[in-house]
Design a protein around this ligand. Structure first.
Ligand code: FNR
Length: 313
């Protein structure tokens, strides 16, 4: 078992990772991030109740494995290209449901992650996300049961607490469950993206853990690939997870240094979006983020008015 734990830990070392982002971290975005050089890619958080209502369908036309909801909408679509790289993130407050969901997808993904950081009202009310931070018994039960019963590496993504001692205690408790890594977003659940990320707290915590830590929360400072190295150093982590910087321009993962122009990014994204028959609203939402300040332009308005993905192209 120990060997297996070490192998799983290795999996999360020296990685640059696309963060889970609702409506953003869809299949075309994940494949584009990988094309640009991301090592691992997270899917958006999927709520356990919703996933448990899905049925698995092998989509022969697209070459994908789909998990479809009762109304046939795609809740999770994946393909062989990302099989060894995609981490499936679950929103849950129950060890039993989390395990059922993990069992549904374990043969199709590289790892399973539990969301222990989302501060949104929907999550907190349901006892999910950041609500788990104050329930050590509950998160231990969820993580332990997954580590014991699932073939793939188990991880969780969480935030810091307002005091260092409390933060360390929680992280130690998470580590003790046998997870393969902990992603730490260096903000408390009350802090917003505009507040400064506490790189120093991540760095301090990392020194006291043996489990790999993935640093997160640096996007305000990450404009080029070089800034990723700076963030790694200031957090003392070998792996980093990037959210907003990748959402604005996924070519941030290119280690050659320069990022691609928005137009090139959009073209590449659309290629995957068309190939994998992606839901129009999701495609538009992603392109809006790539274009952020240019939506009022002619191209921006044309994009928003399109009624099919091919029309955007
Ligand atoms: C997020 N974030 C997030 N986190 C998570 O664990 N599951 C999720 O589904 C989401 N969804 C999501 C959507 C959008 C639009 C944003 C901007 C963020 C949080 C995200 O993964 C990350 O922790 C933060 O954005 C901080 O990292 P960056 O952006 O500074 O790199």
């Amino acid at each position: 078992i120990m060997n297996n734990v070490n192998k799983c830990r290795h999996f999360y070392e020296n990685k640059v990772i696309l963060a889970p982002m609702v409506r953003i971290s869809c299949l075309p975005m994940r494949l584009l991030a990988l094309e640009y050089g991301a090592d691992l890619v997270f899917c958006e958080e999927i709520i356990d109740h919703k996933m448990l209502q899905c049925r698995q369908v092998q989509n022969e036309l697209l070459g994908t494995t789909d998990f479809l909801w009762s109304d046939d909408s795609v809740i999770f679509r994946t393909c062989d290209l990302e099989r060894d790289k995609v981490i499936f993130q679950i929103g849950t407050s129950s060890a039993d449901r989390a395990l059922k969901v993990a069992k549904m997808v374990e043969d199709h993904v590289a790892g399973i992650d539990i969301n222990m950081g989302c501060p949104k009202e929907f999550s907190i009310k349901g006892g999910m996300g950041a609500a788990l931070m104050s329930q050590p018994e509950k998160f231990s039960e969820i993580l332990t049961s997954l580590v014991k019963n699932v073939k793939k590496p188990i991880s969780c993504k969480t935030r810091i607490k307002s005091d260092l001692e409390g933060t360390l205690e929680m992280m130690k408790r998470i580590e003790a469950t046998g997870v393969s890594c902990i992603t730490i977003h260096g903000r408390t659940k009350e802090e917003r993206p505009n507040d400064e990320n506490h790189d120093d707290v991540i760095s301090h915590v990392t020194c006291h853990l043996t489990v790999p830590v993935v640093a997160n929360g640096g996007s305000s400072m990450i404009k080029t690939y070089k800034d990723i190295e700076v963030f790694k150093k200031s957090t003392n982590c070998s792996s980093v997870m990037i959210g907003r910087s990748a959402m604005w321009n996924p070519s941030i993962f290119r280690n050659q240094g320069c990022t691609d122009d928005v137009d090139v990014v959009i073209r590449k994204f659309l290629k995957y979006a068309i190939k994998y028959d992606t839901f129009l609203a999701c495609v538009k939402y992603c392109i809006q983020q790539f274009m952020h300040e240019n939506l009022e332009s002619y191209k921006g308005r044309q994009m928003l008015n399109s009624t099919t993905v091919r029309e955007i192209w």
